[in-house]
Design a protein around this ligand. Sequence first.
Ligand code: WQD
Length: 342
Amino acid sequence: MKKTVLVSGGAGFIGSHVTVELIEAGYDVVVADNFSNCDRTCYEGVKKITGREDLPLEVMDFCDLAAVKALFAKYPIDAVIHFAAYKAVGESVAEPLKYYKNNLTSFLNVLEVAQEKGGCNVLFSSSATVYGEPDVVPVTENTPRKPATSPYGNTKTMCEDILRDTVKASDGKIKGILLRYFNPIGAHPSALIGELPRGVPNNLVPFITQTAIGKRECLSIFGNDYPTPDGTCLRDYIDIVDLAKAHVFAVTRMMEGKMKQGCETFNVGTGRPVSVLELVNAFEKVNGVKLNYKFAPRRAGDVTAIWADPTLANTEMGWKATRTVEETLKAAWAWEKHLAGK
Ligand code: WQD
């Protein structure tokens, strides 16, 4: 009997890639999204990649409790992967209430209904941002979390705690996995789905590809005076397909009862630190393009260096990132060219 996974925010960048991998792994998937932060491009792309023209789509807001209840009544949901949240760090500083209201209410509604229906497997999309500026790198799952540097980051920390406490009180009926992503980048090799930020991209790679295609004038590298080998920040850039596959491993772990505790946490990263300048140089080299960039002042809130120790995910889940940053940047460029109709 096929298992059904609800992917909230499933029309977005990460949600759409996870949906592809779940379908290809044999799961039934229900995509639910309110399209507040994306259009239908990726949802349509998922259907093309998987051939599932009948992929269920529920257009809804997870802040609407009645809608969440109706969703769980309509489908035999065995697991939920919760992506539905706002994620722009800078915007969250300017509009904290919007972020707390949306990101917390949507997750609370999912958990409330999961509890009402007698339990569920819940996978929460967390972030390395909960580590703040780590004292020691690489970070393991036991590295202490630090006070978030933005309301966005704080909602991730709070949702982690909400899930942990709900699992603890659920008498085993609710199981939880927290996946802490580092820096997801790239696009599906088909170039039919990828990152599609609205307006000016906050994140590095979409800004790079939009500069390369001519949509942006010049990439600003925020700071080259950091205490790092080349002066620019270090991050753990993980290919979006590798990241998506980690969700299949996690959901399967829950479904097959392989968990060792009610709520588990995994770092989803490559374990490989890459600097901004290294990424820019790799993009130019692998795609044969010259990027127009300049060094600019540091961006407030940026941490100098953070990358994962992914040992736990590698050994416990059997998942490992396999794609090189060059492969990922090739796919990111192919996606940008697809968007430009090239
Ligand atoms: C990476 C590096 C910038 C843009 C954030 C969130 C995290 C996750 C991913 C949200 C930094 C530099 C960037 C630019 C630049 N989730 N940069 N010029 O800040 O590591 O992580 O996004 O989606 O939770 O915190 O990612 O891509 O914004 O920045 O120099 O135009 O690139 O300074 O060093 P970040 P990022």
